[in-house]
Design a protein around this ligand. Structure first.
Ligand code: C2O
Ligand code: CU
Ligand code: CU
Length: 454
């Protein structure tokens, strides 16, 4: 594959033409309306932020903030981001959950060369699916994501969704001490277990914020877990709240229930019926309060529950003709601890990914036939949670030996302790796609593989 490190300026003028010519090409067949383009210039650079009152934290941000600025597109439109690297080290941007061509996927040495300090890269792709997504580097991930290079990417529905109000809630637990200084993003003994946890939980970069919401309205809460390690056990006691989408993909609305486990990389779109003015509701991680939602008087007439969101144009796998492949996620029996080499604590089907070795993707763990139908059996051989994520394609979760599954599409499945789950997909996107655990410590110590679609 030929790589692009930077594009020349004359190239960008042609992009609109490419966009229009390719409009409606692969997934989006329904609409004739001319696709628009959403243009951004996005700079990654150091930025000091105040997470602990009176102390500054030397974060890295996108667009001058950490978590990064919210990017927005609309289903069927094009998103075009000129990404400029003003860090002192190479980086890339990966668009988590977005189905796009491999050249835009942001994986170093697989999709593109790293964007060096002072260089830029033009990302451009059509946003085929509506929903809540996010973006982050795919290089030196423990530190780069840990320092704040994470941000929401919202793709609005093509037609009005029925929601008049919405908020994005980006969850991150920072690896900092009481004075705001960074602590280790990765500690070996933690990497070999649940992953290295931060200490300070925040929403949109604020610890335990109070969010004001309009009384009587139904508000869409786009909750995004862009943390390296933490699975948030989301609950909202006393709230009238329903789930509308999981990981960007709509579901038949249902009650949030007692608790929803949102692993690293995962998203949940909730609809909250805001109680009468003056009331407060907690949003919690298990027993811990992440935010206070305060109802404030609103002049609008009471809102109603919107209908289910329209499904995304993800191809439906045919289980009757699907081939089954099996993937075992396990603790590596032998630790590789050579000089200058990372320790490999984890492996998939007996193979550990080595983040120092640029050729790993040349040895895919599986090769799928283009447009073939597949069932993946995912087996967690360990007691730790693995949010298993696939690039390039969405998959349907069909069953688990641990809980009842209402089948749904996603890009990340939280594989529980010793759980075996089955997911299914149509391999419709050619390329070499990363398949990994989204606990960054696990991904960087072996739990990653490449899956080829050819
Ligand atoms: Cu958020 Cu390789 O992924
Ligand atoms: Cu991804
Ligand atoms: Cu894991």
């Amino acid at each position: 594959m030929s790589f692009t490190r930077r594009q020349i300026l004359s190239g960008i003028a042609g992009i609109g033409v490419v966009g229009l010519a390719a409009g409606g090409a692969r997934y989006w067949l329904a609409r004739v309306a001319a696709p628009q383009t959403h243009d951004y210039e996005l700079i990654a650079a150091p930025v000091d932020i105040e997470l602990v009152a009176g102390h500054s934290t030397p974060a890295w941000g996108y667009g001058g903030q950490a978590p990064g600025v919210e990017l927005r597109s609309r289903q069927g439109d094009w998103l075009r981001v000129r990404f400029i690297n003003k860090l002192d080290e190479p980086t890339t941007i990966h668009w988590h959950g977005i189905r796009l061509p491999l050249e835009m996927d942001g994986v170093p040495y697989v999709s593109q060369l790293p964007v060096l300090p002072g260089e830029y890269f033009d990302y451009q792709f059509k946003t085929e699916d509506a929903g809540s997504f996010w973006y982050h580097p795919h290089l030196s991930s423990a530190e780069q994501l840990g320092r704040g290079l994470v941000g929401p990417l919202i793709v609005e529905e093509r037609e009005p969704s029925g929601f008049q109000h919405e908020r994005t809630l980006s969850l991150k637990t920072w690896h900092i001490d009481e004075e705001g200084a960074f602590t280790a993003f990765s500690v070996p003994r933690e990497a070999a277990r649940e992953g290295t946890r931060g200490r300070l939980s925040t929403i949109n970069g604020v610890p335990a914020p109070t969010l004001e919401l309009p009384a009587g309205q139904v508000v869409r809460l786009r909750v995004i877990n862009l943390d390296n390690t933490v699975t948030y056990r989301l609950n909202m006691p006393g709230a009238d709240v329903r789930i509308y989408a999981l990981d960007g993909h709509p579901i038949e609305p249902r009650e949030l229930g007692k608790e929803y486990w949102l692993g690293p990389g995962m998203r949940i779109d909730l609809a909250l019926k805001v109680p009468e003015a003056g009331q407060e509701l907690p949003l919690r991680n298990g027993p811990l309060r992440l935010a206070t939602l305060r109802s404030i008087a609103s002049a609008e007439s009471a809102g109603n529950w919107p209908a289910a969101l329209p499904r995304n144009p993800v191809p439906e796998p045919d289980l009757s003709k699907a081939e089954t492949l099996s993937f075992k996620f396990e603790w590596a029996a032998t630790l590789v601890n050579g000089p200058g080499r990372p320790s490999n604590y984890w492996q998939i089907n007996g193979k550990a990914w080595d983040i120092q070795d640029k050729t790993c993707a040349d040895r895919p763990i599986a090769t799928l036939k283009k447009n073939g139908h597949y069932i993946f059996e995912l087996r967690n051989m360990a007691q730790y949670l693995h949010p298993i994520h696939l690039h390039g394609m969405a998959f349907k979760v069909i069953s688990s030996d641990r809980k009842k599954i209402i089948p749904y599409f996603t890009d990340t499945y939280l594989l529980g302790k010793n759980e075996t789950a089955r997911i299914a997909l149509v391999a419709d996107n050619p390329g070499v796609w990363m398949f990994h655990c989204h606990v960054i410590d696990h991904m960087e110590t072996g739990l990653m593989a490449a899956i080829e679609v050819a």
